[in-house]
Design a protein around this ligand. Structure first.
Ligand code: DGI
Ligand code: FE
Ligand code: FE
Length: 213
């Protein structure tokens, strides 16, 4: 068991139960319930898609750890800790909870695993070239059992256990059209991630078609 590199990578990080207790204080009740939902949904997706379950649990648990910090404080903390603030983040500071969350996970929750920190940092906008863990956290955030607002949840929940890339595209297209209706300014990173998955899925569709000929 000790030869598993994951155990070495997790050395020095806080135990999950200790992190849970700390988050219970840092988050409001609703956010804490959402967090637990994301953690277990991410674990289930990890089982279905062959991702490391411990990484999925920890990334899910910590993904919104900076969510309950007021927006002006988010900006202030990012400046103080030299975390880059893009134009889009300056205009919609709530977006910063992802990057600031990765910083908190490292500094306050002693997470060293760069994959976990990356999944937290990109969980709101996504990023072109997202890896397996990134996609699992992004999708778990959308489908966890406490979510109930999106009209397509039943379909997305089923799709998530079959095809992560198509699920990413489906969620991103929904998010982009929601934002295009004037409900928020589109971060260029969200738009680029949408284009990335559109091209990826279209390429896959063309390859499938070629194979069937
Ligand atoms: O923190 P959560 O609410 O659990 O979930 P999240 O971090 O994925 O944030 C979800 C919100 O982020 C959702 O309302 C859509 C919004 N969002 C995603 N990309 C963008 C965005 N909002 C703006 N303004 N611009 C974006 O590019
Ligand atoms: Fe979030
Ligand atoms: Fe979330």
């Amino acid at each position: 068991m000790w030869s598993n590199p994951r155990y070495h990578r997790m050395e020095g990080s806080m135990e999950r139960s200790k992190i849970e207790k700390k988050l219970h204080k840092a988050l409001d009740k609703e956010r804490f319930c959402h967090t637990m939902g994301v953690m277990y949904t991410a674990a289930s997706l990890a089982m279905a898609h062959g991702c490391d379950m411990e990484q999925a649990l920890l990334a899910g648990l910590l993904h919104d750890c900076a969510k309950c910090i007021p927006n002006d404080k988010k900006l202030e903390l990012c400046k103080k800790h030299h975390i880059e603030i893009t134009r889009a983040e300056e205009r919609s500071p709530f977006l910063l909870h992802a990057k600031l969350g990765a910083w908190y996970a490292r500094k306050k929750y002693h997470i060293k695993d760069p994959d976990i920190l990356h999944a937290i940092a990109v969980h709101t906008t996504g990023v072109p070239g997202m890896n397996l863990l990134d996609k699992i956290i992004y999708i778990a955030d959308y489908i966890e059992p406490n979510r109930n607002k999106a009209p397509d949840l039943e379909q997305v929940r089923a799709m998530a256990f079959v095809d992560l890339d198509r699920t990413m595209l489906h969620i991103l297209e929904g998010t982009l059209s929601y934002l295009e209706e004037g409900r928020g300014e589109i971060d260029p990173l969200t738009a680029e991630t949408g284009t990335y998955f559109r091209e990826l899925c279209n390429g896959q569709k063309a390859r499938d078609k070629e194979e069937s000929l």
